[in-house]
Design a protein around this ligand. Structure first.
Ligand code: URP
Ligand code: ZN
Ligand code: ZN
Length: 471
C-alpha cells in the first residue's frame, strides 16, 4: 500500500517546509518538493491513496514518554487500560507511548516486566514501549536492569517519595545509578522529599485541613527542589544520566539548568498540567472538586510564577520535553476514596488525548515555535529514549507515524467528547485553535474524518536503544 500526502507543510524539529510525503507500507520513503514528482516520476499516479493536506501541518506522530495505563496505585487502578488509553492517545495525535512497568518492594522485576507485556500485548492501538520502575533495589534488580536494556527497556524510574510504596532510599538510588552508569541506561527520578511530605501530611490531617487543596500545600516546592538537587548530586557522584519527571517547581528547574550549564547529562520534562493549571484555581476549587487535579508533583501557585517559568524553560531548553504523566482516575469510586482525607485521593491526571492540542495552543499563544512544538512532543522524546530515526521525524526510513494537523480547525475539550475512560475531564472547557485531522500509525490511517479506523492490537512493542540525547 502506497500513500501520498500532498500539498502539506511538513514540520520537523529542524524546520518547516512545503513538501509531499510518500509512504510505502509502514515506512516513509520520500519527502519531496511539492508537486508530487520524484525525478520526473509522477507519484500521484502511482500510489493507492492520496491525502490532500493543503493548508495543514504534516508532523511526526506525538510520543508520550510518561503514561500509566491500568496502573495499580492508591488502593485502586488507573482507569484507562492499554486498549482505551492508547485509542484515546491516537485520537489526540499521539502515535507512541512509553508506559511504566511497576515493581513494588519485594516483587521481582523481571516477573513484573513479563506481566506488563501480558497486559499490553494485543491491546494497543499505537506502538508502545516500557520504562521499568524500581522500588527496593535488590541485587536481582541490578542484574534485571542489564537484561532489560538488552530487551529494549533502557530507562528506569526511581521514587524519592511514597514511603512503603515506591520510595527508594539514597543508598538504593546510588546502587541503581551505579548500574545505569555501567550499562548506559537513563535514570528517571520522581523528585520529591518523601519524609518531609509525609510529616506535613500527618500534621495537616491532624489539624483538620483535609480538603484536596492541602495536597498541594503539603508538597511544597522546597520538597521538589531539594529532592531534585539531591538526585542531581547522586547522579553526579555515579556518572549516571538523569531525567527528572513531571517537573512543576521553577526552583527545581533552576537546579536542572545549573547542572546542564555544568555540562551534565541532566534533563527534565514538564506536563501540560504544570503549564496551564494552578494550586489556586484547580486544587483550590470548592468542596471536593479539587480532587480532580490531585497529582504529584502538585499543581503550583500561579502567584509564584511557576507556570510561566515552565513555558520559558521549554523555550530555553532548560526543560527538554513534555509528557502527560497520564494516570487517570474517575471521580466516582476512585478520587472519592479521599473524601475527608486528601492523602487517600489516588494521585493522577488524565491528559494523553490532549497533549498535542494543548501544546499547539502554546504555539498559537506565542509561547513556543511550531518546530519547538514538534521537538518537545515528538522528536526529543524519541531521541531521549532511544527511538529516533524510526520515530520522531518525518524523513525517509522513519516509521510512517504521521499526524495531519489543521491550524484552522478547532477542538473543544470535554468529558462529553473525550475518549479516555474517565468520568470527568481535567481540561473541561479548554478551547484549542487547531485540530488533529488525520493520524497514521505505521502507514495505516487510524483517525480520519472524526472517526477511529484502527483496532486493538495494531500497536507493537518498541524495542528501544540507549538514549541518543546524551552530551
Ligand atoms: O500523580 C501522579 N504523578 N501519578 C502517577 C505516578 C507518578 O508519580 O508518576
Ligand atoms: Zn512520579
Ligand atoms: Zn508518572
Amino acid at each position: 500500500m502506497k500513500t501520498l500526502i500532498k500539498n502539506g507543510t511538513v514540520v520537523n524539529a529542524t524546520g518547516v517546509a512545503a513538501a509531499d510525503v510518500l509512504i510505502d507500507g509502514e515506512t516513509i520513503v520520500a519527502v519531496t518538493a511539492p508537486g508530487s514528482h520524484l525525478l520526473g516520476f509522477n507519484l500521484e499516479q502511482n500510489v493507492d491513496r492520496v491525502i490532500d493536506a493543503h493548508g495543514k501541518y504534516v508532523i511526526p506522530g506525538g510520543i508520550d514518554a510518561h503514561t500509566h495505563m491500568e496502573m495499580p496505585f492508591g488502593g485502586t487502578q488507573a482507569s484507562d487500560t492499554f486498549e482505551t488509553g492508547t485509542r484515546a492517545a491516537a485520537w489526540g495525535g499521539t502515535t507512541s507511548i512509553v508506559d511504566f512497568v511497576v515493581q513494588y518492594a519485594g516483587e521481582n522485576v523481571l516477573d513484573q516486566y513479563a506481566k506488563w507485556h501480558e497486559k499490553a500485548a494485543g491491546n494497543c492501538a499505537i506502538d508502545y514501549g516500557f520504562h521499568q520502575i524500581l522500588s527496593d533495589v535488590q541485587d536481582s534488580s541490578l542484574t534485571a536492569m542489564d537484561e532489560l536494556v538488552r530487551e529494549g527497556v533502557s530507562s528506569f524510574k526511581l521514587f524519592m517519595a511514597y514511603k512503603g510504596v515506591f520510595l527508594s532510599d539514597d543508598g538504593q538510588i546510588v546502587k541503581a545509578m551505579q548500574r545505569s552508569a555501567e550499562n548506559g541506561s537513563m535514570m528517571m527520578m520522581h523528585a520529591e522529599n518523601g519524609s518531609v511530605i509525609d510529616l506535613l501530611v500527618q500534621q495537616s490531617i491532624a489539624r483538620g485541613d483535609t480538603a484536596p487543596y492541602f495536597h498541594g500545600i503539603t508538597r511544597p516546592w522546597q520538597a521538589e527542589a531539594e529532592a531534585t538537587h539531591r538526585a542531581i548530586m547522586l547522579a553526579d557522584l555515579t556518572g549516571a544520566p538523569l531525567y527528572i519527571v513531571h517537573v512543576s517547581a521553577k526552583q527545581a528547574v533552576e537546579h536542572i539548568a545549573a547542572a546542564r550549564d555544568r555540562g551534565k547529562n541532566v534533563f527534565g520534562e514538564t506536563c501540560p498540567q504544570y503549564l496551564y493549571l494552578s494550586l489556586e484555581e484547580q486544587l483550590g476549587a470548592p468542596g471536593f472538586e479539587g480532587a480532580k487535579w490531585v497529582c504529584s508533583t502538585p499543581l503550583r501557585a500561579r502567584a509564584e510564577g511557576h507556570q510561566d517559568h515552565m513555558w520559558q524553560s521549554l523555550r530555553t531548553n532548560d526543560l527538554q520535553m513534555v509528557s502527560t504523566d497520564h494516570c487517570p482516575f474517575c471521580m466516582k469510586g476512585q478520587k472519592e476514596l479521599g473524601i475527608g482525607d486528601f492523602s487517600k485521593i489516588p494521585n493522577g491526571i488524565g491528559s494523553v488525548e490532549h497533549r498535542m492540542d494543548l501544546l499547539y495552543q502554546g504555539v498559537v499563544d506565542g509561547q513556543i515555535s511550531l518546530s519547538r512544538w514538534v521537538e518537545v512532543c515528538s522528536t526529543t522524546p524519541a531521541r531521549m529514549f532511544g527511538m529516533y530515526g524510526k520515530k520522531g521525524v518525518i524523513q525517509p526510513g522513519a516509521d510512517a507515524d504521521v499526524v495531519i494537523y489543521d491550524p484552522n480547525g478547532h477542538t473543544s475539550i470535554s468529558v462529553d467528547t473525550h475518549h479516555m475512560n474517565m468520568d470527568y475531564s481535567a481540561w473541561e472547557g479548554f478551547e484549542i485553535d487547531g485540530h488533529v485531522d488525520t493520524v497514521l500509525s505505521r502507514g495505516r490511517v487510524i483517525i480520519d474524518d472524526n472517526q477511529y479506523h484502527g483496532s486493538k492490537g495494531d500497536g507493537e512493542f518498541i524495542k528501544r536503544g540507549l538514549s541518543q540525547y546524551l552530551i
